[in-house]
Design a protein around this ligand. Structure first.
Ligand code: ZN
Length: 507
């Protein structure tokens, strides 16, 4: 078979798999939004059938033949060519899917389903003892997975490959070391500052129907296309990029707390802008797919934090917010509100952490995961190791496991290697924002536009430097091309210092 034909056949198969996966995505969205409770059993059958079709398609030996026919040919000789990127990433997913023995895949699915159930019951009771044997099984299976996939240096490298291809333990260790070194003293200074924002202005009556209108207005201002997307309500907010013309985000409204839904919507809108601006003509292929979990998270955190918790954003939106919620915000000043949404204080729960302390939660999880996977840390010793690190990094005592090592769902579903992508997202976001400001003629130009409610020059910069490339480049290379430098914690640290030093009167 000539190379061009083999490539066309490979792309055809990849696109069909993309359509099949998008069907599962619609069903998954429906399951979390509108499906009646009694539909759960049939939905389980539907999802399992689609998953087995997808697995058959992905691991079809014909895919291996097609890849072998193309690899080494002129078509992919230029490693930066779009075809080379498609072949590189399809090879990666084919290898990963075919190297894992079917028995291991089934055992992982079975154990993690049960582990999640056990975790859900154990967490509210702070009952680590009942979760422990399940976590031991999960860790053992993830080590088997790493061995089956193959790795260099550390089994963790095989697991992070699933979320952040090309990133290594060595790189992450260096990033987290630099980040922790600079973050800890800054957070201490903020914690010791006598200036404390009044967070209670966020805990007032914010009628849900008005929250919805206000959140939709902000999402629209950012560029979310409601003709190609929806915003619905769920218990666990998410963004589902079903495919071209269909990207759905969800939120959870709290009538007594403004921050939860609003910043959640900004976050999911950031994910959605990425999905809505991927090149539609490449849908179903790597070129039409998001680069990595870390880059995806950079988009959500850039819009949520860098923009949505910024002063220029509130210069524009605060007068409108006050009009929308006159009872809650009648006497509150813009400065007081800005300080309240940027309150920094060490806390026990990762998902409630502010943007400064958040990364310390991730740094310790990364370190613990490395220990669990290498065998240096036994699961039985996890609670003690967890509590020691919280004390060392955040200077807090952990009162119970619910607020300690049982707080996150990730380990119960086997998501070891996932946590670092959150911090990578924060770091990429700061570095991308710096580059976007520089390319837009300095910070004041973008900020001036934000003050007028205009966010489109930033969105277009992201489309051109990130979104349109899909998986053409790995995350590190994409960052280097977009910003001119490899990923570094420095822009994030500068961003925090510039924002929080004046706010807290420190530094
Ligand atoms: Zn996210």
């Amino acid at each position: 078979m000539i190379t061009a034909e083999a490539y066309a056949e490979l792309i055809h198969r990849s696109k069909e798999l993309g359509v099949l996966n998008s069907c599962a995505a619609v069903l998954a969205w429906d399951q979390q939004t509108y499906m009646p409770t009694n539909g759960a059993s049939l939905r389980g059958d539907q999802m399992a059938l689609l998953a087995s079709f997808a697995h058959q398609k992905l691991t079809d030996p014909k895919i291996g033949d097609l890849l072998a026919a193309i690899e080494g040919s002129d078509l992919v000789a230029d490693l930066d060519a779009p075809e080379a990127a498609n072949v590189r990433e399809l090879r990666r997913s084919f290898n990963r899917a075919t190297k894992l023995p079917q028995t291991l895949v089934e055992e992982l699915a079975r154990v993690t389903t049960q582990a999640q159930q056990v975790w859900q019951e154990a967490k509210p009771k702070s009952d680590f003892a009942s979760f422990r044997p399940w976590l031991e099984k999960v860790v053992a299976l993830k080590r088997q997975e790493a061995a089956a996939v193959g790795f260099q240096d550390h089994p963790y490298n095989a697991l992070i490959e699933e979320y952040e291809p090309g990133t290594t333990v060595a790189e992450l260790k260096e990033l987290f070391a630099g980040l922790t070194r600079d973050l800890v003293p800054l957070i201490r200074k903020i914690a010791n500052s006598l200036k404390k924002p009044d967070r209670s202005v966020l805990d007032r009556d914010y009628p849900v129907d008005r929250q919805k209108v206000f959140a939709e207005a902000a999402a629209t201002a950012f560029g979310f296309n409601f003709a190609s997307g929806r915003l619905d309500t769920t218990s666990h907010p998410f963004c589902s990029g079903i495919g071209p013309g269909d990207c759905r985000i969800t939120t959870r409204y709290n009538p007594r707390f403004f921050g939860e839904s609003f910043f959640g919507v900004l976050h999911e809108t950031g994910h959605a802008l990425y999905e809505q601006n991927l090149p539609a003509e490449h849908f179903g292929t790597p070129l039409g797919s998001a680069c990595s979990f870390g880059i995806h998270e950079s988009q959500s955190r850039l819009w949520e934090n860098q923009v949505g918790r910024g002063r220029p954003f509130w210069d524009h939106f605060f007068p409108r917010l006050k009009q929308t919620f006159p009872a809650a915000l009648g006497e509150v000043s813009r400065d007081a509100f800005y300080a309240a949404v940027n309150d920094v204080r060490p806390s026990l729960i990762r998902v409630e952490a502010d943007e400064a302390t958040y990364n310390l939660h991730i740094a310790m999880r990364f370190e613990l995961e490395l220990g669990l996977l290498s065998g240096d840390l036994a699961v039985a010793d996890l609670p003690g190791a967890w509590n020691d690190r919280v004390k060392a990094l955040l200077e807090l005592d952990v009162p119970d496991h619910a607020r300690g090592c049982l707080q996150d769902i990730h380990w119960s579903f086997g998501g070891i290697g996932y946590f670092p992508t959150y911090t990578l997202g924060n770091l990429y976001a700061a570095q991308l924002m710096d580059a976007a400001r520089r390319d837009s003629g300095g910070g004041s130009t973008l900020d001036g536009a934000f003050r007028h409610g205009d966010f489109q020059s930033l969105r277009l910069w992201l489309v051109s430097h990130i979104h349109r490339h899909g998986q053409r480049y790995r995350a590190g290379e994409l960052c280097r091309r977009a910003t001119g430098s490899p990923l570094s914690p420095a822009p994030f640290i500068s961003y925090l210092n510039e924002k929080y030093c004046p706010l807290y009167g420190v530094c």
